[in-house]
Design a protein around this ligand. Structure first.
Ligand SMILES: [Ca+2]
Length: 186
């Protein structure tokens, strides 16, 4: 028996035994951590699940936006103000996909959208953002800013015509209209 062997009697475990204990402790810690993460995720899901995005009655939810297709007609100004009164904006289109959706939803009807050149002579969205002219979206020969209306003035507001293309018309013309809003959590 050498000196080292003699001192080994008080060790509760060999060095291999310690690592076994350490390894067991680590496993328990990992298990606890995994359970905590699972519990946290479960609670988060329970909290978040009921708060789904939703739109008011008579509005359509599409790609995280709410759309209101009015059943009544109004001038462009009244349409704009009506949308605002509902915490929405007269329709501002942001991409081709949205244009397709609105077109499908408005087949055979005329709707105002939030597009006008009345303020500056340049076409702009109702929130003041510039409109990039895309002739393919307009009826042939439009916008023509026609001045033959008996009420005077020209055509400064854009609507989606029954053909599914854009046309400019006198802003006081009565058309149905489309509002767009962010969905609310409910
Ligand atoms: Ca026109």
């Amino acid at each position: 028996m050498d000196e080292n062997e003699d001192k080994a009697w008080w060790r509760p475990e060999s060095s291999h035994g310690y690592s076994h204990l350490l390894s067991a402790g680590r496993s328990q810690w990992y298990l606890c951590a995994a359970m905590c993460v699972t519990l946290t995720l479960s609670l988060s899901l329970l909290i978040l699940m009921p708060s789904r995005l939703g739109c008011p009655d008579d509005w359509s939810l599409h790609n995280s936006s709410c759309y209101f297709f009015s059943a009544y007609r109004a001038s462009w100004y009244t349409a704009r103000d009506s949308c605002r009164s509902m915490n929405a904006t007269l329709l501002i289109l942001t991409n081709e996909e949205e244009w397709g959706f609105v077109n499908r939803m408005s087949v055979g009807r005329s709707f105002w959208l939030g597009l006008s050149d009345e303020r500056t002579g340049e076409w702009e969205w109702v929130n003041g953002s510039p409109y990039i002219m895309d002739p393919s979206k307009w009826k042939p020969g439009q916008p023509d800013n026609w001045a033959g209306h008996s009420i005077g003035g020209t055509e400064d507001c854009a609507h989606i015509a029954t053909s599914g293309k854009l046309n400019d018309n006198h802003c006081t013309t009565a058309y149905t209209f489309i509002c767009k809003a962010r969905p609310a959590s409910n």
